[in-house]
Write a protein that binds this ligand. Sequence first.
Ligand code: CDP
Length: 235
Amino acid sequence: MNEKIVIAIDGYAACGKSTLAKDLAKSLKYAYVDSGAMYRAVTLYFLDNNVDIKDETAVELALNNIKIHFENIEGKNHTFLNDTDVEEEIRTMRISDFVSPVSTVSAVRRAMVKQQQAMGETKGVVMDGRDIGTVVFKNAELKLFLTASPKVRTERRLAEWQNKGVTDLSFDDVQKNLLDRDHIDSTREDSPLRQAEDAIVIDNSELSPKQQMERALDLATKQIEKKTLIDVNPS
Ligand code: CDP
């Protein structure tokens, strides 16, 4: 019986993290956790309830009223905020424009990280985000850091919008959002986005989802074999 590992995937906005994380989780029969969806759900709650991120008491109060969970509906991961399916809403530009400032707030991060660590306790988890290899799972057996050129990332995100029928966003609108978020995410004080020292970098600018998956699955398989061998033959 193979041992289970934790796989942490970090990287810039719209660089294919969730595609890879979902593919890996499916192939390994692991749970997939989209940590970005959790920050997006918090942002939705803050916007709908006029929570001022500079008001510490209001933030703490709001966090106590937020319950996030995931459900798999017809093979697709859905995010629930206080038992309402918010999967579509949290992907809109209204949320994308505000999620990075919300994610700088330490109280928000503490609350999310606690839940994320609990989800990884039983291993067999693929989690993607910005601080998974550096903060949430410092001891993850496999850490990947994905990158792609801003142009490729913008084209991919724009195509996602167009597939959803949203046609009023320009290349420049989308690129600005991605680059603004990258800047806030990598310069914030608490848990900035950065490559963990032991992360393996995959630049997927020129890779298809299948090619990036093959590379990552090969790395994951080696880590699983290593862990299984160590557990069978402890020194
Ligand atoms: O899918 P996309 O790359 O657009 O972003 P996401 O993974 O949905 O994350 C949305 C935002 O949440 C990021 O830009 C970060 O501000 C924040 N985030 C974070 O701070 N820490 C994480 N572990 C995941 C997301």
